[in-house]
Design a binder for this molecule. Structure first.
Ligand SMILES: CCCCCCCCCCCCCC(=O)SCCNC(=O)CCNC(=O)[C@H](O)C(C)(C)COP(=O)(O)OP(=O)(O)OC[C@H]1O[C@@H](n2cnc3c(N)ncnc32)[C@H](O)[C@@H]1OP(=O)(O)O
Length: 206
C-alpha cells in the first residue's frame, strides 16, 4: 500500500485548512497557558469559555471513523492535536526525517521537554516509518527511550528514524532526536504489522 493510499484524506481542502488553523490556535493557547503567571481573570475567563465549548461539543461526539482529529492526511501528524507537530521532510521505506518544535506545553522542567513527550514523538516517527516500511498499519509492541541530553523546548529539533531489522511481521526501528550536533534522545521500538483480523484500533476485548 502506498503512503498516499494509506493516508488518503476524505475532507474538503477548505475544511482541512480550517482544522489546521484550529489546531494551531489550540496549541498556541496551550503554550501560553503553560507559561502564564497567576491571573485569576484569565483563569476564570478561560475556564468559562472552555465550559461553554464543552457544552457545545459533547452532544455531537462521534465515533472514531467519523472524527476529524488524527484523520486529516494533509496536515502534519494527521492533524492529531495531542501530538507534537512533527513536520516530515523526507520519507522512504528505510528512513523518515523531520523537524519538530516542542512548545512550553510539553515542558517537564528546566525548560526541557517532558520525557513522556519525547517517547510520544518516538512512537509517532518510528511508527510512521514502520507503517510505511511494512506497507500497512503497525502497532507498537515495545518502545525504549534513552535520554542522552535534555531536549530543549521552543527550538527546532531534528527527528530521524531508520529500520534496524525485520523479522517476519516484526519491524525493529531506531531513531534519534537531535538539537544541532547534540543527540538528545535515542529510541528503539518493535512494531508488529497487524494481521487482517486485528484491524485498526480494535481492542483486545472487542
Ligand atoms: C487514518 C490512518 C492512520 C494511520 C496512522 C499510521 C501512522 C501512525 C504512527 C503512529 C504509531 C503509533 C502506534 C501506537 O502507538 S499503537 C498503540 C500502542 N500499542 C499497543 O497498544 C499494542 C498492544 N499490544 C498488542 O496489540 C499486541 O500485543 C501486539 C499487536 C503488539 C502483538 O500481538 P500479536 O498477537 O499480533 O503478536 P504475538 O503476541 O503473536 O507476537 C508476535 C511476535 O512478536 C513478538 N512480540 C510481541 N510483543 C512483544 C514485545 N513487547 N516484546 C518483544 N517481542 C514481542 C512475539 O514474541 C512474537 O515473536 P515471534 O515468536 O513470532 O518471533
Amino acid at each position: 500500500m502506498s503512503w498516499e493510499e494509506m493516508f488518503k484524506g476524505d475532507f474538503a481542502a477548505e475544511d482541512v485548512r480550517a482544522y489546521g488553523t484550529l489546531v494551531e490556535n489550540l496549541h498556541a493557547v496551550q503554550n501560553a497557558l503553560a507559561a502564564m503567571p497567576m491571573d485569576r481573570e484569565a483563569i476564570d475567563g478561560l475556564a468559562a469559555d472552555l465550559a461553554s465549548w464543552r457544552d457545545r461539543l459533547e452532544p455531537a461526539v462521534t465515533d472514531e471513523q467519523h472524527q476529524v482529529n488524527g484523520r486529516v492526511a494533509e496536515l502534519p501528524v494527521r492533524g492529531h492535536a495531542m501530538l507534537p507537530e512533527l513536520r516530515v521532510s523526507s520519507r522512504t521505506k528505510d528512513r523518515v526525517e523531520g523537524t519538530v518544535r516542542f512548545g512550553r506545553w510539553f515542558m517537564g522542567g528546566g525548560m526541557a521537554v517532558h520525557g513522556g513527550a519525547v517517547s510520544l514523538l518516538f512512537d509517532e516517527v518510528l511508527g510512521i516509518l514502520a507503517s510505511l516500511a511494512a506497507g500497512g498499519i503497525t502497532r507498537t509492541a515495545y518502545l525504549h527511550t534513552d535520554y542522552r541530553a535534555l531536549t530543549p523546548i521552543d527550538t527546532d529539533l531534528e527527528a530521524v528514524a531508520w529500520i534496524d531489522r525485520v523479522e517476519g511481521r516484526k519491524w525493529f526501528v531506531r531513531g534519534e532526536i537531535r538539537h544541532g550536533d547534540v543527540v538528545c534522545a535515542e529510541g528503539e521500538g518493535l512494531f508488529l504489522r497487524l494481521l487482517p483480523e486485528q484491524g485498526l484500533g480494535r481492542r483486545t476485548e472487542d
